[in-house]
Design a protein around this ligand. Structure first.
Ligand code: ACM
Length: 551
């Protein structure tokens, strides 16, 4: 080779590894002669490395012999815990040893970060360059087994390619859960063969509120789209190859107007004329909820049969059924709903919702899956095996964990990335409270005072990105990054208590990480504020002052 480009001696790894140390002796250089030797169970990482480093750095990585000089060796060693890995860059070779195939994959993500920001491009910009790495040993593994991002593709549709790209972005941050919010009042995004109107009717709306719901502006461009069943299969396979679990979310019994617009019999027909409903074109909590009838239960069993077929248990052990923000007014006024309450001997409408959720918990459990829902599913009683996404604060999560339910901590006060990142006037369509990069960095998924038994039920954490004012991929990027990088470190790295976290050191590493995000083409919010094209002057948001009220 003609030239050697140092990867870096200050690798600015994000998320920070558990241990990283320089070791005596020579490091290694990756160049056109570097081989790749993949042991049993590492074929997906082998393919990923060859595709990624081949594309970015022009390294062909021909097959090699494990442990030979000038070789990247991938191996599984079950002595290491799941998802853990060891990475050695010594004596002219690289060795990645994982506790399981996922651990090997996370080690490969670290190797890519060590190779410099150019390793995140789609074509070599220094075709002749070799990459030198110092002699290092990294020993690493995650704090939590659930490290995720929820993307709302219902309020604004994200085309399939954008979803695949987000899976790559999750993988680059060692995040392993993609929560796929597929249905809501404003759109139904997954093809269900036996109910074609869900997408024929339910995936389109004629116009869309532009900004917060109090805004006077409308975007009159029809909006919509959906994933075909083959698109879903591709997304699931792409996630699986990256050791990412997918949690499909089908909302019941609230947030269902798109489904009711497609099949009016799903709504409370004895209260309103559901045949007049259209896919909702504005935002908020919608009164039009599912009718608690046997026909509705059968309909959603039919939906879920196809969902389970598309999302196999290995990738999707959990199925999310929503359960949040279901106003009970129509049920109070509906003779049919009241008759159902009487027939079942229930106390009130909360118990009716609980009955609805329990039905699907039993149904999913019988099929080897686990139900997860937003913390409202605790109201009226929650069945044993169900898990909770704690969004309204820590309180629901604490109550659920103390009662022995598994919990994913995602309180809106901390990790809702649709909330504005800065208090300045240039923030596009600013929503709710200011949640800075530092706020997210100081989030702890384990609230103080949780008993050890309850803490063991906290599976981990995820950030949520609701898309009412995120109209496209650039808007999603702006809200999600850089804060997702902080969430990734919170979920993966063994950080001290929030007040003791060294945010300055994280910020210093972020300066290296911004270069990676740029190489990846992520339209993140720059530390200095939005670029002119990222602003949305004159489009109303709904900023709220002060710190978010904690619950
Ligand atoms: C939610 O934010 N309604 C879960």
């Amino acid at each position: 080779m003609n030239r050697s480009t140092t990867g870096t001696t200050d690798p600015a790894l994000i998320p920070a590894p558990v241990r990283s140390a320089a070791v005596p002796g020579d490091g290694c250089t990756l160049d056109a002669d570097t081989a790749l030797a993949a042991g049993p169970g590492t074929a997906d990482t082998e393919r990923w490395l060859r595709a990624t480093l081949g594309e970015a750095l022009g390294l062909p990585l021909p097959p090699g012999t494990p442990g030979a000089p000038g070789t990247i060796t991938l191996a599984v060693d079950p002595e290491l815990p799941a998802e853990h890995y060891r990475l050695d860059t010594t004596e002219g070779s690289v060795r990645i040893t994982g506790g399981d195939p996922a651990g090997v994959f996370w080690g490969a993500q670290t190797l890519r970060q060590l190779l410099g920001a150019d390793a995140f491009r789609r074509a070599p910009i220094r075709p002749e360059g070799a990459r030198s790495l110092p002699a290092l040993r990294i020993e690493d593994g995650p704090r939590f087994g659930w490290r995720g991002l929820m993307l709302d593709v219902a309020r604004h549709f994200l085309p399939k390619d954008d979803v695949l790209r987000y899976l790559d972005l999750l993988a680059a941050h060692k995040l392993n859960v993609f929560h796929f919010h597929l249905t809501d009042d404003q759109g139904w995004r997954i093809e269900i063969k036996r109910y074609p109107r869900l997408t024929e009717v339910g995936s389109w709306r004629a116009r869309t509120k532009w900004g917060h719901r109090a805004s006077e502006l409308w975007d009159e461009t029809p909006h919509g789209g959906y994933y075909t069943q083959d698109d879903i299969r591709e997304i699931v396979a792409y996630a699986a190859a990256r050791h990412i679990r997918v949690v499909p979310e089908i909302e019941v019994p609230g947030h269902s107007q798109a489904a009711i617009a497609a099949y009016p019999e799903l709504g409370n027909t004895d209260v309103i004329d559901t045949s007049a409903l259209e896919v909702w074109d504005t935002w908020g909590v919608n009164p039009n909820v599912l009718a608690p009838t046997d026909a509705t239960l059968r309909f959603y069993e039919g939906v879920l049969e196809e969902v389970l077929d598309l999302f196999p248990v290995e990738v999707s052990p959990f199925v999310h059924l929503g359960g949040d923000e279901c106003p009970k007014d129509q049920w109070r006024r509906s003779p049919a709903a009241q008759a159902r309450i009487a027939e079942l001997g229930l106390a009130d409408e909360d118990e009716l919702q609980s009955w609805f959720i329990r039905h699907f918990d039993d149904w999913l459990t019988a099929r080897g899956r686990r139900l997860i829902g937003w913390d409202e599913i605790l109201e009226g009683g929650l069945p044993g095996g169900a898990a909770v996404s704690s969004w309204r604060g820590y309180a629901g999560g604490i109550a659920a964990a103390e009662a022995g339910h598994d919990v994913v901590m995602c309180p809106e006060q901390q990790v809702y990335l649709n909330f504005r990142e800065h208090g300045g006037p240039d923030e596009p369509m600013p929503i709710a409270y200011v949640r800075t990069l530092e706020d997210v960095y100081r989030f702890d998924p384990l609230p103080p005072g949780l008993s050890p038994e309850a803490a063991a039920h906290v599976l981990g954490t995820q950030a949520n990105a609701w898309s009412e004012v995120m109209q496209n991929r650039a808007r999603v990027d702006y809200q999600v990054f850089p804060r997702l990088a902080a969430l990734a470190e919170v979920a993966w790295s063994p950080l001290p208590a929030p007040a003791e976290r060294d945010f300055a050191a994280f910020e210093a590493r972020m300066s290296g990480h911004y270069a990676r995000l740029e190489a990846l083409g992520v339209d993140y919010r720059p530390p200095g504020g939005p670029l002119p094209r990222q602003r949305r002057p004159g489009v109303l948001g709904r900023p709220l002052d002060g710190p978010p009220p904690q619950k």
